[in-house]
Write a new protein. Structure first.
Length: 78
């Protein structure tokens, strides 16, 4: 997947891939206007290419280890 795709969960439609976010936003605006009276439907999204989950897994593990060490340390440090 290398493009942007607009999906309306309410209508169950995913539009064809476009190459820029601007085009996807234009499709979203057009669909909201035509099908939803210019209102945002429940759960419409623009899928962006190479979207990374946030926070990154590495940072999450680091925080988890630090918190675990902190809790362990405070319980055994007395
Ligand atoms: Zn819709």
């Amino acid at each position: 997947m290398s493009g942007y795709r607009y999906r309306c969960n309410k209508c169950g439609i995913t539009w064809d891939e476009v190459s820029t976010q601007y085009q996807a936003e234009a499709e979203r605006a057009r669909h909201r206007h035509e099908a939803h009276d210019d209102g945002p439907p429940d759960g419409d999204t623009i899928h962006t290419p190479n979207a990374r989950p946030w926070p990154p897994t590495g940072a999450l593990i680091t925080v988890l280890v630090l918190v675990t060490l902190f809790i362990w340390g405070s319980r055994h440090g007395r």
